[in-house]
Design a protein around this ligand. Structure first.
Ligand code: DGP
Length: 229
């Protein structure tokens, strides 16, 4: 990263509950630190902000919120950090986010009416509030089957951690990934599906092999905006 048009990459780790995403993100972060690469790590939802606390109360079921209202809170929670992400990569510090706008679409668009099982919120409506957020250069999607998740001890107690919901979320992620395309063209977000059902060390190595060249080489050109041509 020698001249001024170069910046650090923005990398997002997405995935299903129980996919090992958070552990792998922590591993990646500490390996980068060990290699002397200072990195900025964020987790969405960021439960520390005022908006994040409302989201947390909703996820823990200590408060009830309209589905549209909570969707917009999740998005606002990302917009709170948008300019920080931009400034950080421009200052040549890589940014890694555990979840981002893709969770926003996948989890909200996966909600169905309890009576008839029909979708509650249209896919395009779910995407709209996140249009224009900083676009990541690389998304690693941690994929796991519901059977593998069950073998890992099943889901936790939070609101979305139910098998039927996770099956629908997985389908939404598949659709988002398809629409993003492989992203091999320069200047496009690259979407990579990681088979997270494998041994932890194997997944760790694959993640490292995808992330480290990008971090070491840097990216030429400014951050793009999500879903803005
Ligand atoms: P985590 O802290 O990674 O376990 O995420 C908490 C839960 O919130 C998880 O079930 C996924 C869900 N989630 C994360 N981001 C969003 C979002 O933007 N919208 C919705 N509806 N759910 C989200």
């Amino acid at each position: 990263m020698s001249n001024s048009t170069w910046r650090a990459p923005f990398i997002v780790i997405e995935g299903l509950d129980r996919s090992g995403k958070t552990t792998q993100t922590a591993n990646l972060y500490s390996r980068l630190q060990d290699e002397g690469i200072q990195t900025s790590l964020h987790k969405f939802p960021d439960r520390t902000t005022a908006i994040g606390q409302m989201i947390n109360a909703y996820l823990c079921s200590t408060s009830e919120l309209d589905d549209r209202a909570v969707h917009l809170l999740f998005s606002a929670n990302r917009w709170e950090l948008a300019s920080t992400i931009e400034k950080t990569v421009s200052a040549r510090t890589p940014v890694i986010c555990d979840r981002y706008a893709f969770s926003g679409i996948a989890f909200s668009a996966a909600k169905v009416h309890s009576g008839n099982g029909q979708p509650l919120l249209p896919f395009e409506w779910c995407r709209a509030p996140d249009v224009g957020l900083p676009a990541p250069d690389l998304v690693l999607f941690f994929d796991i089957t519901p059977e593998q998740a069950k073998a890992r001890g099943g889901y936790g107690d939070e609101r979305y951690e139910k098998e039927e919901m996770q099956v629908r979320v997985r389908e939404m992620y598949r659709r988002i990934g398809e629409e993003m395309g492989a992203g091999d063209a320069p200047g496009k977000t690259k979407w990579v599906v990681i088979d997270a059902g494998r041994e932890r060390e194997v997944v760790q190595e694959e993640v490292w092999n995808l992330v480290s060249p990008l971090v070491k080489r840097g990216i030429e050109g400014p951050l793009r905006r999500l879903w803005v041509e």
